[in-house]
Design a protein around this ligand. Structure first.
Ligand SMILES: NC(=O)c1ccc[n+]([C@@H]2O[C@H](COP(=O)([O-])OP(=O)(O)OC[C@H]3O[C@@H](n4cnc5c(N)ncnc54)[C@H](OP(=O)(O)O)[C@@H]3O)[C@@H](O)[C@H]2O)c1
Length: 375
């Protein structure tokens, strides 16, 4: 029997990768639902190829025919009876409700949308406990950790070491970073991704999101999660065990394998579409310390994660808004971290025990950044 998959954000980098992967796995999976934000032309091509029963377009800029429209389409797609696995590949906080809805209904969420966990980690864990749903990560680093930990108890894990490519500014001097251009920031050395995550990789905010994501996914405290720079992106992360043994998961830098593994875990199947790994060809593998003082967004995000409450949601929303302003040319590259820091300093940290509380924190952080930019 095939399993039904809903892809939320099917027109994006992860969404299109997933469709490429799933086109080779038709005996295991069928596409039950596809959603996009506004790219109707690409969505239409995907519908013609995969014939999903449900199609949603958040913001149609013309006729959407029989497609469902509006932001509710994400939750509708994630809640359908014919959907077993929800691949959440939406970018940003917009993906939260759909993750919660799928987990409440006992489905697997293959999670690329890390902002969901950062913003609402506690609520997501509760939804999963209530409904019996499970999260399997799509991020290559978390997929690696999952594969390294296997079924070992957390008490045997001493430390997680998350690798970071270092982004396009890994070896830029500090003074040059302030005025790095958008074109510079979008030139990622190893990964081709959507614009928001590419900028997050340049500021290292992405690594902060991943540290918080790892904390929630694997139940490991922040003082046992480290980050190391690894420019080749071949070692996807390490797990150090209490006896000193260190297990790493490696492979070519391609998202096809983590996407497929999130769908099939714990099984491994043929034809992930990943080029074979040649250790000699890929050598040398190098590792460097993080330049914490030069990439303040990383430190700020981890500080927010440690503080808990609504501060991770503030960090996430301030970052989303600041990146949008940078993409629109309204602030400098250095302004992104300053906007995050300002929002975290100015807004009182409250508890995050309800969706309303999270939304209020999210909204306050966005408003803070918009007003700061307008001044
Ligand atoms: N790209 C990677 O290699 C990678 C790796 C690990 C994790 N991730 C994570 O995966 C997520 C997606 O990243 P991406 O690089 O694939 O982003 P992307 O290329 O920008 O794609 C985003 C997708 O989400 C849709 N979307 C955007 N805003 C939306 C909204 N408000 N409501 C509903 N749908 C919306 C977009 O639709 P339209 O096309 O119609 O705008 C598109 O389908 C992010 O959380 C990212 O951090 C990405």
């Amino acid at each position: 029997m095939t399993r039904g998959v809903a892809i939320l954000g099917s027109t994006g980098s992860i969404g299109t990768t997933a469709l490429r992967v799933l086109a080779r796995q038709r005996e295991r999976f069928r596409i039950s639902a596809l959603t996009a934000h506004s790219n109707a032309a690409l969505l239409e091509e995907q519908v013609a190829q995969f014939h999903p029963a449900y199609v949603g377009l958040v913001r149609p800029n013309g006729g959407a025919g029989a497609w469902r429209t509006g932001p509710e389409c994400l939750v509708e797609a994630a809640s359908r009876k014919d959907v077993d696995v929800v691949l959440n590949a939406v970018v940003g906080a917009a993906g939260l409700d759909a993750t919660l809805a799928a987990l409440e209904r006992g489905k697997r969420v293959a999670l690329a949308n890390k902002e969901t966990l950062v913003m609402g980690g506690e609520l997501v864990s509760q939804a999963s406990a209530r409904g019996g749903g499970e999260i399997v990560p799509v991020d290559s680093e978390h997929s690696a950790i999952l594969q390294c930990i296997g079924s070992r108890p957390r008490s045997e894990v001493r430390r997680l070491v998350i690798t970071a490519s270092g982004g396009p500014f890994r070896d830029w001097p500090r003074e040059k970073l302030e005025t790095a251009t958008l074109a510079d920031a979008l030139r990622h050395p190893t990964w081709r991704m959507g614009r928001k995550i590419t900028v997050d990789s340049a500021t290292l905010a992405n690594k902060a999101l991943e540290v918080i994501e790892a904390h929630y996914l694997f139940g490991i405290s922040y003082d046992r999660i480290d980050v190391v720079v690894h420019p080749q992106s071949v070692v996807h992360s390490f797990v150090e065990f209490v006896d000193g043994s260190v297990i790493a998961q490696m492979g070519m830098p391609s998202m096809e394998l983590p996407v497929l593994y999130a769908l099939t875990h714990p099984e491994r199947v043929h034809d992930a579409g990943v080029p074979p790994y040649d250790p000699v060809e890929m050598s040398p593998l190098t590792f460097e310390r993080v330049r914490w003082d030069d990439f303040p967004a990383l430190r700020l995000g981890i500080k927010a994660g440690r503080a808990g409450g609504a501060l991770p949601a503030v960090f996430n929303a301030a970052n989303e808004e600041a990146v949008a302003q940078f993409l629109d040319g309204r602030i400098t590259f250095g302004g992104i971290a300053r906007a995050i820091e300002g929002a975290m300093r100015s807004l009182t940290n409250r508890s995050a025990d309800s969706l309303e509380a999270l939304r209020a924190a999210d909204c306050a952080a966005r408003t803070y950044v918009k007003e700061m930019v307008a001044c």
